[in-house]
Design a protein around this ligand. Structure first.
Ligand SMILES: Nc1ncnc2c1ncn2[C@@H]1O[C@H](COP(=O)(O)OP(=O)(O)OP(=O)(O)O)[C@@H](O)[C@H]1O
Ligand SMILES: [Mg+2]
Length: 411
């Protein structure tokens, strides 16, 4: 018999006062039923494909916490296979530290937008490896009438966005600093030039007086003091001139690990370093980096001395370097276990003459000079610090030679 002729009958009893009074019979030709089933099947598999291939992670669970849906993106972000999750893993394992409980609390409250929904909420999920990663979550409770039957979440990995945000923030700070530097730099250069000649005169004439006259011992002592102070002033002027980029750069490919070790060897015998443990994390192979070796030594030296000062001679100093994933930069990190730098101070430490050291001990030029030198190399320098748990200074140096035509290069 052909399908066209087959029927599919549905019968429904019709009640009146709990008694069946009649029966309604629906008669569909079999071919129509088959088409309807096929369409249902098609739309089901379309929905399944939609969920499976969505770019966002999709996770649904019933109200006991049993996971019902876990799509490909969710697998990729979390590191789980779908077979390890559906019906096997409790949703509380995915959101660590009571995360699932908190999400439910917020979903049920109307303080976080409309009740039963949560939008662009930042939370952590725990990967199969135990690693916690930040995600942005849109979640909803699925209701059947008034009854909660499931929860549904759409999420995406926030790591890249957060990294871009942090990079943007660093660039902003660098821009602000660069602006500040250029105006202070000009002033500094002017003052340094003005001071250079009279200082030369003080030094020269003091020396002449000492050589040409027979002077009492007390006078010689005082003149030596004048010479010593004039020398200190000249070294400050020299630093200011470097800061204002009035000195040449000698850029050649150099071994950064060797420069770090040489810088360290100049200071590690000093009393200040006797109770400081030094770690060198130099395992990664580093190609030669185009730098002015003397100036970069100056940068490392100041950061290392600052670290030792901050730790007051006791703690751990860690030097590490690595190449960026794109292989275009070398990172040098110098970390101490000192008291850290408060947030409001982080914005000032690169300013010329900013110092917290007692008078005569620090001029506050070390980091501003370091900033200028690194900037001249086309690199970046910044500090990351949490008050109470030490400071890390990071120096990024370019692996391809910086523009040699810029100010201060080859002059
Ligand atoms: N590792 C660090 N931990 C805590 N504070 C720091 C650290 N490095 C720098 N600082 C702060 O930044 C200030 C500025 O440092 P910078 O090197 O520019 O000047 P200085 O060390 O005070 O003087 P100079 O280097 O000219 O002798 C320091 O006085 C200190 O307050
Ligand atoms: Mg210093």
């Amino acid at each position: 018999m052909s399908l066209e002729k087959l029927s599919c009958l549905y019968s429904y009893p019709i009640f009146s006062k709990e008694k069946i009074t009649s029966i309604a019979v629906l008669d569909f030709p079999m071919s129509t039923m088959e088409k309807m089933e096929e369409r249902l099947h098609q739309s089901n598999s379309f929905l399944n494909n939609l969920i499976k291939s969505a770019v966002d992670g999709i996770i649904a669970s019933d109200m006991t916490g049993e996971i019902l849906i876990f799509n490909d993106a969710a697998c990729e972000i979390s590191g789980y296979e779908v077979g390890e999750v559906i019906g096997k893993l409790d949703i509380r394992k995915i959101y660590p530290n009571d995360g699932a409980k908190n999400i439910m609390k917020m979903l049920r409250s109307d303080e976080y937008g409309e009740k039963g929904a949560l939008r662009s909420f930042r939370v952590e999920i725990q990967k199969k490896t135990g690693e916690k990663i930040p995600i942005s979550l849109n979640a909803a409770i699925v209701y059947d009438g008034d009854k909660e039957v499931a929860t549904l979440g759409f999420f995406h990995d926030l790591r890249e966005t957060l990294e871009i945000e942090a990079e943007l923030e660093r660039t902003n700070v660098q821009l602000l600093q660069a602006e500040k530097m250029s105006s202070i730099g000009e002033l500094a250069a002017g003052v340094a030039h003005q001071l250079n000649n009279p200082l030369g005169g003080i030094t020269l004439f003091t020396q002449l007086v000492m050589e040409e006259y027979t002077l009492p011992e007390g006078a010689v002592k005082d003149l030596k003091r004048i010479l010593k102070d004039a020398k200190r002033c000249r070294s400050i002027v020299k630093e200011l001139l470097t800061f204002a980029r009035k000195t040449d750069n000698e850029i050649h490919p150099q071994d950064i690990k060797l420069i770090l070790s040489q810088t360290l060897s100049l200071v590690e015998d000093q009393a200040l370093f006797q109770n400081i443990t030094i770690h060198k994390d130099f395992d990664a192979p580093i190609p030669l980096v185009p730098v002015d070796v003397q100036k970069i030594k100056h940068v490392f030296m100041n950061i290392i001395l600052n670290a030792a000062d901050a730790m007051d001679g006791t703690g751990t100093l860690t030097l590490s370097c690595w190449v960026s994933p794109k292989k275009d930069k070398v990172f040098v990190e110098i970390t101490d276990t000192g008291p850290g730098i408060p947030d409001e101070m982080l914005l000032k430490i690169f300013d010329p003459f900013f110092t917290t050291k007692e008078q005569g001990k620090g001029t506050g030029l070390g980091l501003s000079l370091a900033y200028r030198i690194v900037e001249d190399h086309g690199g970046k320098i910044y500090a990351e610090s949490t008050e109470g748990s030490g400071t890390a200074f990071v120096i990024e140096l370019l692996l391809s030679p910086p523009d040699m035509e810029g100010p201060g290069h080859g002059r």
